[in-house]
Design a binder for this molecule. Structure first.
Ligand code: F0G
Length: 491
């Protein structure tokens, strides 16, 4: 049975706020492990779930990137992939879907998010520029440094107030943005909004905030300024707008995505997330001349302009996945899963960042392990213990991993600032896990937390001495190479 995009939106009295709008056809077996083995493994692989061979992680929530389960519709379409180098027929359906999704005329595929970012930043960001954002993702931050520009994170004040109940804590601080334009507008050529704001606990951005950024650019810019949307998970942001921003309840998430896009000049998307594929991305823009200027850059980095580093079958899968990923019933179910996990945590006294949004669940590790000081990695320690307890993999986004390096002296680890929260990200691979998996994750965190002060604090080891030190322009990627060790053994 295959359902069309239109049929997927038919009205129904089946409660898709309680049950998923799909069922399972293929399953993947997992490797059984024991607690003793896991304790040994995590030690051998440097105290980090992302360092482990993935087969040893039972529920892997380290990332939602490229970890999606594809549908029968996508797998069927992949057989029709046209693998011609130039002008593959498989580009036609994707081009049409991208134009519809973005409302932008000029679209190009790329192999993943960062290759699209690389060409956009090369074109629009110059030496000495400031690049304001609600909070750059690691790779756009790195592209800023590569252009010898400075990323400026202007996250809104609500984010820093743990008890604030706003649904849009991912917004950019528009007052600060305006001030930056007034004071140093001649240095701003691109403004980046990440929707939702992955590195700020996945918090969404409101339509009002996006509109306001457009207004500021139109009224305060002193040179040509490009408004760029980092759209990796834009449908999930649209769901929160639909539910919680006045006036959007009757719109479909696709219409909301289109309206969000309507304020931007350019967008780049890692389709490995909400595109419901395992590999892919795209860039879209309104300006034909800019599109033509990007073309040679895409050819140099990714491939010809009709395949962008992807196989024909990948183009087919993305054309379908993008529409499945913006389907309202599907998004409602994704939010339900997050709510389920958040509730399972709450029932066990595990502190989560509120509100729990559609992207995933963030744990406030400083509340779970109050005996570990911020600089000693409560998130890192809790992640390791939860892996030992239940084979679950999360990503630590605590001060050890996400503290901000000093741009003048990046390799000086003494100067790294503490992060606002000691977070653990539990990212949700899409359509992969069931409620019982999430329950198990919450249970593993609970068992970990119950060890209390038997769980060791961590210290940063010196930068790995066997590696060449990082170049200044690579400092944004420091977290991938730092190493940490516990002061004593885990229980
Ligand atoms: N933008 C955002 C907001 C992202 O979260 C990511 C990747 C990218 C861009 C880059 O896309 O990986 O396809 O090149 N985020 C992954 C994560 C890696 O785990 O958050 P990519």
């Amino acid at each position: 049975m295959r359902v069309s995009n239109e049929e997927m939106m038919s009205s129904t009295d089946i409660p898709f706020d309680k049950v998923p709008p799909y069922r399972v056809k293929v399953v993947e077996y997992t490797m059984p492990t024991t607690r003793v083995e896991r304790k040994e493994l995590i030690k051998r692989y440097n105290w980090s779930a992302p360092n482990l061979p993935a087969e040893y992680i039972y529920v892997n929530m380290c990332t939602d990137s490229g970890t999606n389960a594809m549908s029968d519709r996508q797998w069927a379409a992949m057989w029709l992939g046209d693998e011609s180098y130039f002008n593959s027929k498989s580009w036609d359906p994707l081009q049409e879907v991208l134009q519809k999704f973005t409302g932008m005329e000029y679209v190009m595929p790329c192999h993943q998010g960062r290759s699209g970012e690389a060409i956009i930043y090369e074109l629009f960001v110059n030496n000495g520029d400031l690049v304001p954002s609600n909070c750059h993702f690691t790779t756009t931050r790195a592209h800023c440094y590569y252009q010898q520009a400075e990323p400026i994170d202007l996250t809104c004040p609500e984010y820093f107030d743990e008890h604030n109940s706003s649904w849009f804590k991912g917004n950019i601080d528009t007052e600060k943005l305006k001030r930056l334009f007034i004071e140093q507008g001649d240095r701003i050529g691109l403004v980046e909004l990440v929707v939702p704001n992955n590195l700020c606990a996945g918090q969404p951005v409101s339509m009002a905030n996006i509109r306001e950024v457009r207004h500021i650019i139109d009224n305060y810019s002193r040179r040509d300024v490009v408004f760029s949307l980092d759209a990796a998970r834009i449908p999930e942001n649209a769901w929160i707008i639909k539910k919680y921003e006045a006036g959007y309840g009757d719109k479909t998430c696709l219409e909301i995505v289109q309206e969000m896009m309507s304020f931007a000049d350019v967008t780049h998307m890692s389709a490995k997330k909400a595109g419901l594929v395992n590999m892919g991305g795209f860039v879209a823009l309104r300006n034909k001349i800019d599109y033509q200027r990007l073309q040679p850059k895409l050819i140099r980095i990714d491939g010809f302009i009709t395949y962008g580093g992807l196989a024909g079958r990948d183009l087919e899968a993305l054309a379908i996945g993008l529409m499945e990923g913006v389907n309202d019933y599907y998004l409602e179910d994704k939010q339900r899963q997050c709510d389920f996990f958040a509730k399972a945590c709450k029932e066990r006294g595990i502190a989560t960042f509120n509100p729990a949004c559609t992207l995933g669940i963030w744990i406030l590790a400083e509340h779970c392990l109050p005996h570990i000081e911020k600089q000693h990695g409560p998130g890192t320690a809790l992640c390791v213990q939860a892996y030992i307890e239940g084979g679950v993999g999360f990503t630590s986004m605590d001060s050890l991993h996400r503290g901000r390096e000093d741009s003048g002296d990046p390799t000086n680890i003494q100067k790294i600032q503490l992060a606002p929260y000691e977070l653990i990200r539990c990212a949700f691979p899409r359509r992969v896990y069931m409620d019982s998996h999430y329950e198990w994750c919450a249970e593993s965190l609970y068992r970990a937390m119950n060890w209390g002060n038997k769980i060791p604090p961590y210290v940063r080891q010196k930068m790995n001495q066997l590696r060449p030190s990082l170049e200044k322009r690579d400092i944004g990627l420091r977290a991938f190479f730092d190493e940490y060790e516990p002061l004593f053994d885990h229980p």
